[in-house]
Design a protein around this ligand. Structure first.
Ligand SMILES: NC(=O)c1ccc[n+]([C@@H]2O[C@H](COP(=O)([O-])OP(=O)(O)OC[C@H]3O[C@@H](n4cnc5c(N)ncnc54)[C@H](O)[C@@H]3O)[C@@H](O)[C@H]2O)c1
Length: 278
């Protein structure tokens, strides 16, 4: 195979960094915790229950994907993340209203322990949102350095072997590529000059890639998919998932509802309707 790369086995602990701890993130966190505790089954989860067919249909060889590919076990996952609100994952999950309160109550201590770190946020990119849990810095490069410090501290505190980051924050405004996105040098100059062409999501992506952490985007906003960040990722020898890696799709196959994917009761649609998203 051309350009085949060696993928290391998924051993040790995996830190999952979630940017934005709202409905999608807290449903994912609560689902994993509930499955771990035996309170729910991961129905529909590609990684937990999906199979892969090997050989011909008639060979009857369809092992579980998790037995065929080296994947992190749910027990080895540690969640961390950022939000502009200080609510714990328990409080945010209750506000989101996706999962049944009785289920959340059973995992409340673990959810309460996962509290968001101060975010990199600028209302210019998400007009109808504001919150108190926001970092201050002399420019966007300084803010990226603060994010890197968060990641390093989290890795050390939990003795993590690997980290991944997924943007689950509110969708940012529409932007088009500019010269600031063309090269690493131009991008870093733009960070220092607080160029409006660099939205908050790109500051997170830059910080993650600098740390050698793969970055996935769960929203449709323009984020890591610019030449400068792709070049940087090449330099740090990491791969980036595709631009729209919708978070629920990371844990489900056919179901449009992540909570169904996790085998638990509730309705994400309810949460979205309440927020006037449709
Ligand atoms: N809900 C779904 O089914 C679904 C499916 C696919 C993709 N998405 C996308 O995923 C994203 C999250 O969806 P949701 O339903 O969880 O929304 P949500 O509004 O419940 O949560 C988003 C969270 O992101 C936080 N946030 C915004 N900007 C931030 C920043 N710069 N740094 C840190 N936190 C920030 C907000 O405070 C909020 O808590 C959205 O972009 C959405 O379009 C949602």
């Amino acid at each position: 195979m051309k350009n085949a790369s060696k993928i290391a086995d998924a051993t040790g602990k995996l830190g999952v960094l979630l940017v934005g701890m709202g409905a999608v993130s807290t449903t994912t966190i609560a689902g994993v915790l509930a499955v771990r505790r035996g309170l729910a089954k991961p129905i529909g989860s590609l990684t937990q229950m999906g199979t892969v067919r090997l050989g011909k249909r008639t060979d009857g060889r369809s092992p579980l994907i998790k037995d065929f590919v080296s994947l992190a076990a749910l027990d080895d996952i540690v969640f961390g993340g950022w939000d502009i609100f200080e609510d714990s994952s328990y409080e945010a999950a209750r506000t989101a209203g996706v999962l049944a309160p009785d289920l959340l109550e059973q995992i409340r201590p673990e959810l309460d322990a996962i509290r968001p770190w101060p975010a990199v946020f600028d209302r210019h990119y998400v007009k109808r949102l504001d919150g108190p849990n926001v970092k201050k810095g002399k420019n966007k490069r300084d803010l990226a350095e603060q994010l890197r410090a968060d990641m390093q501290r989290f890795k050390q505190e939990h003795n993590l072997d690997r980290l991944v980051m997924v943007w689950c924050g509110s969708t940012e405004i529409y932007l088009t590529p500019t010269a600031a996105h063309a090269t690493i040098a131009a991008f870093e100059k733009a960070l220092e000059e607080n160029d409006p062409a660099i939205p908050s999501s790109m500051v997170y992506a830059y910080a993650a890639i600098q740390e050698g952490i793969p970055y996935g985007n769960g929203a449709s906003n323009f984020s890591a998919n610019v030449p400068a960040l792709l070049q940087l990722a090449d330099q740090t020898q990491r791969r980036m998932p595709a631009r729209t890696e919708k978070p629920p799709n990371l844990i489900k196959t056919g179901s449009p509802r992540p909570q169904a994917a996790l085998g638990i009761k509730g309705g994400l649609n309810k949460s979205l309707k309440r927020k006037g998203k449709f």
